[in-house]
Design a protein around this ligand. Structure first.
Ligand code: PAF
Length: 330
């Protein structure tokens, strides 16, 4: 190579190498995914599917790193993180999401969904999609509805079989206006707090109880501090997979589509795990000395009756027609 030629070619080779390296760096965009449960719990198995499928099917352009167990903060903080762009993906209960996207709050109304099939078909249908679409204007991309499960009450004080038994109990609720209002209507001392603070509060006796799906109750070993479990199933707890627009908008439309598809597959895995943990969890709770009370249909109806003043408020806030559209969906 002559001196003149090498003077021109060397910078070209260097530029090509830099471009190549930049390309490699782009190919390795890392997406941080945070959630608050263990790896083997119902969010964990969904998150693991996302990480694996992204690695296998997105041509190496993305890598999803999963941070379980609230390593990235409580659910409210993580939701704020996706809005700010400091976290890329969050798998969270709907609990705090209503503080950012108020349209999701309607799904947190007690006794709205009859069973899992009902909840899933509404959330996967046009009503669910229309609600997910509302997220964009709030600076969040809602990739899909996922599942936490039907919530049940636990406490350390007494058996709860009627609304009167719940009255006066100091129960932790999620940081969710609809839940807080419903519990206050029952005469419960509703105490909103982030989940990571709950176990210490139960241990120290600053609260008497809490409510959560069986999978959460058992994996957190709440039987060590809570004697009474009532299968109230008082509210279905949806979850959501949220993404930061900053990260989402950098993806090509084809990659965005693929990520949504992968997320929906992850939700199927998540929902199956909710049911599995529920089956296994009840046995484990019993084995560990929890006193479990199943409510009869009539007893559940008593709770619904006691909640009527709250239902009237929810009708004013969300519109009776909108509530009925969910309640009467097949
Ligand atoms: O009770 C809550 O805050 C939620 O159900 C939990 C345990 C964080 C799971 O999303």
């Amino acid at each position: 190579m002559s001196g003149v030629c090498s003077r021109f070619i060397k910078p070209l080779i260097a530029a090509a190498a830099i471009a190549l390296l930049a390309g490699v760096a782009q190919a390795q965009t890392v997406l941080k995914l945070g959630h608050g449960l263990q790896r083997e719990a119902h969010y964990g198995v969904g998150a693991a599917h996302i990480a694996k499928a992204v690695a296998e099917r997105m041509g190496g352009r993305y890598k999803v790193e999963v941070f379980p167990d609230f390593q990235l903060g409580g659910e409210r903080e993580m939701t704020e993180g996706v809005q700010l762009g400091t976290i890329d993906i969050v798998w969270t209960s709907s609990g705090p999401v209503g503080n950012f996207v108020p349209e999701t709050l309607i799904t947190d109304i007690p006794f709205l969904f009859r069973d899992y099939q009902h909840a899933r078909s509404v959330l996967d249908g046009p009503i669910g999609q229309a609600t997910l679409d509302k997220c964009t204007a709030k600076g969040i991309v809602c990739l899909a509805w996922a599942e936490n499960g039907f919530r049940h009450m636990t406490n350390s004080k007494r058996e709860v079989k009627a609304p009167g038994d719940a009255k006066g109990l100091k129960l932790r609720t999620m940081e969710n206006q609809v839940h807080m209002q419903a519990f206050r209507t029952l005469g419960v001392q509703a105490t909103p707090m982030a989940w990571p603070e709950v176990l210490p509060a139960l241990q120290q006796g600053t609260i008497d109880g809490q409510e959560n799906p069986i999978g959460v109750i058992v994996s957190a070993k709440l039987y060590q501090v809570q004697k009474f479990l009532t299968l109230t199933g008082h509210v279905y707890s949806p979850a959501l997979v949220l993404m930061s627009p900053a990260a989402f908008n950098k993806m090509s439309p084809a990659d965005q589509k693929l990520l949504r598809e992968i997320t929906r597959e992850a939700v199927t895995i998540n929902r199956a795990r909710v049911e599995e943990l529920e089956r296994l969890g009840l046995e484990e709770a019993k084995k560990n000395g929890m006193q479990i009370r199943t409510l009869s249909t009539e007893e559940k109806a008593e709770f619904q009756k006691a909640l009527e003043p709250a239902f009237r408020e929810f009708a004013k806030r969300f519109g009776q027609a909108n509530i009925d559209a969910i309640r009467n969906a097949k």
